[in-house]
Design a binder for this molecule. Structure first.
Ligand code: MN
Length: 203
């Protein structure tokens, strides 16, 4: 059993005009595919190749850098596609909306802090909304690391991840990462984030 590129749960142009079709095509079909291909190469012939990706991520300190980078890339992007969607964005819903207000004061405050986490991540990486000890926190990770990894500085269960690698926005926004981050808020699928939140609370 090899790892496989999951199908995008919507069309490549479904996030237009916020995230453009060509970026989505290359991001999914080339970048994510490369993480999957290289993860399979790194684990070829090893019993770990049949583990769920989450199990590998949680114990990533036991693995070489190729698994950390490509396994992280596979896990992160699989998550990323599902927390975005067409006809999405707007205000959060459900219990996660309440938790955002409790933890950050308001959605506007959350947005400012989450955007800052993405904008200030130097080089390539991710901004995350996580559940840690039952509470929401905002954090960021370098490269393809994520808060589920045992080596993460701030650990927790990711419920909303935002890719801030240049490949996520450079074709449309060039060096203007904050512009891309603003667009990202228009495509957040809060239904998925709410489901992720409920699952994270269950542990
Ligand atoms: Mn990416």
């Amino acid at each position: 059993m090899a790892f496989e590129l999951p199908a995008l749960p919507y069309a490549y142009d479904a996030l237009e005009p916020h995230i453009d079709k060509l970026t989505m095509e290359i991001h999914h079909n080339k970048h994510h595919q490369a993480y999957v291909t290289n993860l399979n190469k790194a684990l070829e012939g090893k019993p770990e190749a049949s583990l769920p990706i989450e199990e590998i991520i949680k114990h990533i300190s036991k693995y070489p850098a190729a698994v950390r980078n490509n396994g992280g890339g596979h896990f992160n992007h699989t998550h990323f596609w599902t927390v975005m969607g067409p006809n999405a964005g707007g205000d959060p819903i459900g219990d996660v909306a309440k938790a955002i207000n409790t933890s950050f004061g308001s959605y506007a405050e959350f947005k400012t802090k989450f955007a800052a986490a993405g904008a200030t991540r130097f080089g390539s990486g991710w901004a995350w909304l996580i559940v840690a000890d039952g509470k929401l926190e905002i954090t960021s990770t370098p490269n393809q690391d994520n808060p589920l990894m045992d080596i993460a500085e701030v650990k927790g269960t990711p419920i909303l991840g935002m890719d801030v690698w240049e490949h996520a926005y450079y074709l449309k926004h060039q060096n203007r990462r904050p512009e891309y981050i603003e667009s990202f808020f228009h495509v957040i699928n809060w239904h998925t984030v709410e489901t992720n939140y409920q699952n994270a609370l269950k542990g």
